[in-house]
Structures are given as structure tokens and as C-alpha cells.
Design a binder for this molecule. Structure first.
Ligand SMILES: C[S@@+](CC[C@H](N)C(=O)[O-])C[C@H]1O[C@@H](n2cnc3c(N)ncnc32)[C@H](O)[C@@H]1O
Length: 158
């Protein structure tokens, strides 16, 4: 599989997964968080899919498309580890988290996701969902949308 094909598969799974996550957190009180703004593509889809939700957005840099700049007070610039510690101390409860860090180097991305998992756990409300591009640890892994093959995107319940 070419890297282009791999990217198309991943982004398709991401889109379907985010929509599924929004649909399955309708009755769970809490905000959303986008972990890794990047270009802003998945954040843009999340805010279009859930226009009434407060979405916290984390990244060390604001380097997204101009149309995807988060509203004042929603963007936390810096290391996500520290941003999530701040969220915990501010008592912010997350119903839906989208984790999308990674540079495409499997072992490194996996280790980073494992290291950040406890910080994610700290901010999730009970029963909240995590939709993740990387495998996380310390959560219950659940089946996501049927059309996404196992291991292409990851789904967890807090
Ligand atoms: C794969 S991109 C996110 C893509 C984005 N979700 C999109 O759809 O456009 C990952 C982003 O995470 C940020 N990032 C990676 N590791 C980070 C860390 N430890 N703390 C803060 N930001 C980080 C990078 O700056 C980059 O913008």
C-alpha cells in the first residue's frame, strides 16, 4: 500500500470515527477536546459535526489554515502534557477526545501516546469516549464503527 493510500484510509477512518463519537456522546455531559490541531482539518470537521459543543484545542503551535483558528479562550498553546494538567486543575470534564498526534514513526508515536494516556484519563468524564489515531493505554478499548477495520483507528471508553 502506498503512503497516499494509507493516508486516505486513515483520514476516512478519522472522519467516520469522529462522526460516530459525536453521535455516541449526545447524552454525556462534558466538553470536547482536539489533541493536535495541526492544519485544523479534523478540528474543523468536529466543530461542523457538533456546532453546539465547546471544543478545547491543544497544540504547541498555531499553524492551522486561517479558517480553522479556534475561538478566543479555546486554544491552549504549549505541550499537550502541560495543557491537560492545566485542564485537570481547572476541573474541565471531557466527554469526547480526539487524539491525533504523531509523525508517522510507529514506535515513537506509540510510546508518546502511551506516555500521554494518564493525562487524557485525568480529564475524561466517566463514560466519555476517546477516538484516537494511536493506541492508548489504561482505557477500555471498544468497537467503533463497523466499517473501520480493527487497528486503523482506535476507540476507547473512559
Ligand atoms: C498530525 S498533526 C494533527 C493534524 C490535525 N488533527 C489535522 O487534522 O489537521 C499533529 C499536531 O500535533 C502537534 N504536537 C505533536 N506533539 C505535540 C506535543 N507533545 N505537544 C503539543 N503539540 C504537539 C504538532 O505541532 C502538530 O501540529
Amino acid at each position: 500500500m502506498s503512503r497516499l493510500e494509507s493516508m486516505i484510509r486513515r483520514l476516512t477512518a478519522q472522519k467516520i470515527g469522529l462522526e460516530w463519537g459525536v453521535g455516541h456522546t449526545q447524552n454525556i455531559a462534558g466538553d470536547f477536546v482536539e489533541i493536535g490541531l495541526g492544519n485544523g482539518r479534523s478540528y474543523d470537521h468536529l466543530r461542523e459535526t457538533a456546532p453546539d459543543k465547546k471544543i478545547w484545542v491543544l497544540d504547541r503551535a498555531l499553524q492551522c489554515h486561517p479558517s480553522c483558528v479556534p475561538p478566543e479562550g479555546s486554544f491552549m498553546q504549549g505541550e499537550v502534557n502541560e495543557a491537560m494538567m492545566q485542564m485537570k486543575s481547572d476541573n474541565i470534564g471531557i466527554a469526547l477526545a480526539h487524539y491525533d498526534l504523531g509523525i508517522g514513526i510507529k514506535d515513537k508515536d506509540k510510546a508518546e501516546a502511551a506516555a500521554l494516556s494518564p493525562r487524557i484519563k485525568d480529564i475524561m468524564v466517566k463514560g466519555g469516549l476517546i477516538i484516537s489515531s494511536q493506541p492508548l493505554v489504561g482505557f477500555t478499548q471498544i468497537d467503533g464503527p463497523a466499517e473501520i477495520p480493527t487497528g486503523r483507528y482506535y476507540f476507547y471508553k473512559a
